[in-house]
Ligand binder design. Structure first.
Ligand code: ADP
Ligand code: MG
Length: 704
């Protein structure tokens, strides 16, 4: 791989982006396609044929032999089915490379191999992929050659969404419509479209691939199922923003290059809190593109790691006792003419439109805290949310001092007459104060924080798609806007009405605001007093998806039907049980085939040593004896726990899929897993390192 490159030259070189389209497509075709992209009309087959042809020619120049519809089924990862461009051989024995408009806009992968949560049973097994022309096609180059990837939505024969993208696009429509309604009330007649912007910060771990390959738990489940803490953890805080080691730096450089070629604007990178933990963030983009790009970032992080003899771990909690990984979903709403609805301006108290938007968001987050919490639930994230780690499982909003003060004024007097600005000057640098406030610990504990001109939703899991959180955000805010517009459009005196509404919302939903330490026990107590939900596990979060409230919300804005919601509930329970089942089975395998045999070897060595010392002299062999007793006791404990885990896992696996099974896995199987892990981790501290069958935490996270 050549080392030097010009970023501007390579950026987007593998993307069929606007510049490429302008250059390649006949004017008429380009115009038509842009119309479709901007207004969401339907693409006619004639235009599609021309686009497909040009796209194919371009892709072939990049070395592509195949194309694929690239989609995001409910497995959390992307899926693709590759077709080559070649046609049936001609009479001459030659083949042509072809790609039709029909192939571009519609595909028909076998839907039955993807989770559908009952939609498949009730409806048809067939599934369709449809081109999302607002997210550009790209050519992916890797060891397998080059493939033209077409971002698509994935639906059932009768139009039910079987993927992440379809509801996301629907939710973008909802927030567009409702935001425009709100803007019109404030006299804006020029903005034509409002889109949510998203910038996700992605955390990940990097370990050595050789070592990774010696850990079956990492291979099968993405996290360590056993492992004692190393003598040094993250207590020294010396990794956070520490200088990046050369091997990692070379890796990051390569990741950036790959991403830039794909038009992903990878921007920042740094070490994170935990040893071997890092973060990458792109510049924000329209939410459906941001979701696609986040998938590409995750794929690229994994793929490029292999080339450097490294392994990327995207799991939320690869190492118990070490800080886990998440994603910060930065979110704002912006008009096509560049107005950010979340920009408070210099004097927020005078910015009535902003105050309405802000209080609407307070209302949305408070009303649907359970849904937002659910949107961040995945199996791995249970180790973070509600466990002893950031962020807390209780949803609350952080506003920062300035906005907090404005909201307080609104609540107490009904009128905000000033915006705090004193502290701006204290640092002597006008542009710094917000950032300084931002960086305080207090703010970092908030799961939903206002950060200048956007909200940062910090609960999302590191390996999860960010689609769901954005679907929820877009829809709940659309609902709040819509309800506000319902009132304001009827008002005789708009100014009076809007003031009243802002005050009312600020008052009614103030319980969602919390500026203190979100990790403290006091907050748990306080939140309960306020009636805020504290949902500790994924299993308990899932029901939020199809409550009456959720069904009414999603159906009103055409984002999900009840059937789609029910299907997602079913899939999530199944996924939960399946993933824990895999973890349990991996533990059984590792304990039975690797750990217990190693411990037995060690006890044999100890016994031999005792006998040898005894025979040779009257020297003291009490240390060996003590170790042998200790080891044997732990071995017995581990062996019993293993037997129990086997029994309980068999019981769980035999249950019918659904909530009850998921609850069983959470309460019974997980406890049995913990019971096995405890003695094994103690044994790891005792048994000769030479005999221990896998690299330790220390080996994995300090020696990359
Ligand atoms: P932090 O202080 O959290 O590091 P940054 O300014 O680095 O914040 O931004 C983090 C992420 O938020 C980046 O992906 C950035 O592009 C994104 N971001 C910045 N402004 C916005 C916005 N208005 N809407 C959505 N995302 C944004
Ligand atoms: Mg951040």
């Amino acid at each position: 791989m050549s080392d030097s490159f010009n970023v501007a030259d390579i950026f987007g070189e593998n993307v069929f982006n606007d510049a490429t389209m302008q250059e390649r497509l006949p004017k008429k075709t380009y115009k038509k396609l842009k119309e479709v992209m901007e207004q969401g009309a339907e693409l006619d087959l004639e235009t599609a044929d021309v686009v497909a042809h040009e796209m194919k020619e371009w892709a072939i120049e990049k070395g592509a032999t195949h194309f694929t519809h690239w989609f995001q089924p409910l497995t959390g990862v992307t899926a693709e089915k590759h077709d080559s461009f070649i046609t049936a051989p001609l009479p001459t024995g030659k083949v042509l490379m072809s790609f039709s408009g029909k192939e571009l806009i519609k595909g028909e992968p076998d839907a039955s191999s993807f989770p559908s949560g009952g939609l498949r049973a009730t409806f048809e097994a067939r599934g369709y992929t449809a081109w999302d022309c607002t997210s550009p096609a790209f050519v992916r180059q890797d060891a397998a050659g080059a493939t033209l990837c077409i971002p698509t939505a994935f639906c059932s024969y009768t139009g039910e969404a079987l993927d992440q993208k379809t509801p996301l696009l629907r939710s973008m429509e909802a927030i567009n419509t409702q935001s425009l309604r709100l803007l019109r009330l404030f006299g804006n007649t020029t903005s034509k479209r409002v889109t949510p912007s998203v910038g996700p910060e992605q955390e990940y771990f990097i370990v050595d691939r050789e070592k990774y390959l010696q850990r079956k738990d990492l291979i099968f489940t993405g996290r360590t199922l056993f492992g004692a803490m190393p003598p040094k953890g993250q207590e020294m805080d010396d990794h956070y923003f520490g200088s990046i080691r050369e091997r990692i730096a070379a890796y990051m450089k390569d990741v950036n290059k790959e991403l830039w070629k794909l038009g992903v604007s990878a921007k920042t990178q740094h070490n994170e809190v935990a040893p071997a933990q890092h973060e990458i963030a792109p510049i924000y983009a329209e939410s459906n593109i941001a979701v696609d790009h986040n998938q590409l970032i995750m794929e690229t992080l994994k793929k490029v790691a292999g080339r450097h003899g490294l392994q990327c771990l995207l799991h939320e909690k690869p190492f118990a006792g070490v800080n886990g990984s998440g994603k910060h979903n930065n979110w704002s709403i912006t008009t096509d003419d560049g107005i950010n609805l979340l920009d408070p301006g210099k004097t927020p108290h005078e910015n009535i439109q902003f105050l309405l938007v802000l209080t609407c968001i307070m209302k949305a987050v408070d009303t649907h805290a359970d849904l937002l919490r659910e949107s961040a639930a995945d199996v791995g994230n249970d180790h973070r949310l509600g466990a002893n780690e950031a962020p807390p499982a209780i949803l609350s909003m952080f506003l920062g001092e300035q906005l907090q003060d404005v909201v307080t004024q609104l609540i107490s007097t009904g009128e905000a007459t000033r915006s705090l600005s004193g502290e701006r000057l204290e640092t002597g640098v006008k542009s710094l104060p917000d950032f300084m406030k931002d960086a305080t610990d207090r703010n970092r504990t908030s799961p939903f924080a206002f950060t200048g001109n956007k909200f940062e939703f910090r609960m999302v899991g590191s390996q999860d798609s960010i689609a769901q959180p954005n679907v929820v955000l877009n829809t709940i805010v659309a609902e709040a806007f819509s309800e506000a517009c319902d009132v304001l459009e009827q008002a005789e005196d708009f100014n009076m009405a809007v003031h009243d509404l802002i005050k009312q919302y600020a008052t009614d939903y103030q319980r969602i605001i919390f500026n203190g330490d979100g990790y403290s026990d006091e907050w748990v107590v306080e939140a309960e007093k306020r009636g805020l939900p504290n949902i500790k596990s994924m299993v308990d979060a899932i029901p939020a998806l199809n409550t009456e409230k959720a069904v009414a919300l999603f159906e009103k804005f055409g984002v999900f039907t009840k059937a789609e919601l029910d299907s997602r509930v079913e899939i999530e329970y199944e996924t939960y049980a399946k993933e824990i089942n895999i973890e349990a089975k991996a533990m059984i395998d590792i304990a039975g085939k690797q750990i217990i045999p190693a411990v037995i070897k060690y006890t044999t060595q100890l016994a031999d040593s005792i006998n040898a010392v005894k025979a040779a002299s009257g020297a003291d062999f009490s240390t060996q004896t003590e170790l042998l007793v200790q080891t044997s006791d732990l071995l017995t404990e581990a062996s019993k726990a293993l037997t129990e885990l086997i029994r309980i896992t068999d019981e769980g696996a035999a249950m019918e899929e659904g909530r009850e099974q998921a609850v069983f896995y959470r309460d019974k199987v997980k406890s049995a897993m913990d019971a096995l892990r405890a003695p094994v981790d103690k044994l790891e501290m005792i048994v000769d390192k030479e005999l221990w069958p896998m690299p330790s935490y220390g080996d994995l996270i300090f020696e990359v």
